[in-house]
Ligand binder design. Sequence first.
Ligand code: IYR
Length: 217
Amino acid sequence: MTPTMKPHVFERLSPEEQRSRAEALFSSMKARRSVREFSDAPLELEVVRRCIDVAAQAPSGANKQPWTFVLVTEPALKQQLREAAEAEERAFYEGRAPESWLADLGPLGTDWHKPFLEVAPALIVVFAQNRGATEADRHYYVQESVGIAAGFLIAALHQCGFATLTHTPSPMGFLGELLGRPKTERAVLLLPVGFPAQGCRVPAIERKARGEYLVER
Ligand code: IYR
């Protein structure tokens, strides 16, 4: 098939502007932290929806856009999600988790209690579509594509002034069930969205230095 092409609109920045944007983005993204103590203050839902629109602009394998975002604000549903997540997490922390894993989580101070699932005004559950609506509609690089979209989403929410947590209850099967998603989708991430509680504290952890993650050749 001959692809239909169109001119690309690209804004060329001066090197000075590039430097200044890189520095501004670095300090902004460095300041982002996963928050586990949320306030119940309401938020502007339309801004959250727009951030989800940003995520949906991510590149994806064969442009299949293999993601679904479920935005949950209904208190009764948040309560159900909290109860189901806490049941799984309790089984994890009190049994399933190997000692080495619990040791790695020590500095984060996490446990099976997940009050933020009810307190945060909004939850976004990111689903990966393993295939399209029919068996013939294949999806490609699904994990990679949805990972990229999730990155866009977290960055967009932060840039728009929201606190988020990348929560990964495990296993996540209950999310598809409670949210009525088809069997072709699997949940990959649950993001509480809102504002930090008064006096919210976060673990005193640091990011690696450039020399530990950048290789130039
Ligand atoms: N899913 C659990 C455990 C957990 C695992 C990792 I890896 C983390 O970085 C943080 C938590 C929980 O959400 O508590």
